[in-house]
Write a protein of this length. Sequence first.
Length: 239
Amino acid sequence: MALDEYVTDVFPEDDLPSTNLNRPIPTHTLTGESLKCEKAQVEIQNVVATADLSQRLDLEVILQVTPGARYDPQRFPGLIYRLKKPKTTTLMFKTGKMVCTGAKSSKSAKAAISQVISDLTGNGIIIIARPSVNIENIVASANLQGIIDLENVAEQLYRTMYEPEQFPAVIYRMIDPKVVLLVFANGKIVCTGAKKEADVYFAIEKLQDTLQLNRLITRDDSDQANSTVLLTEAPIMQR
């Protein structure tokens, strides 16, 4: 099952399991060393963007004039148009709606849709107006470079779900920014649902801080040294 499909299946609405909503915020004594952590390595994996041309498209005609395009209405109702630079796939539908996937940045996604429209007009397809492009979803991965205690993450953080028999990660829905984070024991993170790249970086940094402050991530045994800092609250924990 695809990542987005799994998350949507588990969290179809904002109503999430509330079994851990009343748990107290843990109090931990942390070491000064444990507060030092390398910045997470974040990589944008996919940006999904949409546009609406507000006109009907004759996909059969577009297929004839655009080399490399694919259109098989018996299998899929959209025309598939791939670009090498930026490396993206754009789906075009008779309604004039377009969906671009595969971009590695919002800028590239917008550039791809612009390029597709230019290719269409260059091949004699009349486009009435340039549409606005909307970023629908940004999927990113990150490496926190540590071992994460998933059982305690699920117990101590709010709005989480952990069913290791079905999926090997804690699913954590953050409120601000509004994203879904998949947290794996090896320190790998997948962030989905963001509409701005800045929200991706903010969400992962926020998660990293929460895990550190609550001693839910360790780098090595040296992180368990003498206590020097007393924390009574994780200021960025979600309720």
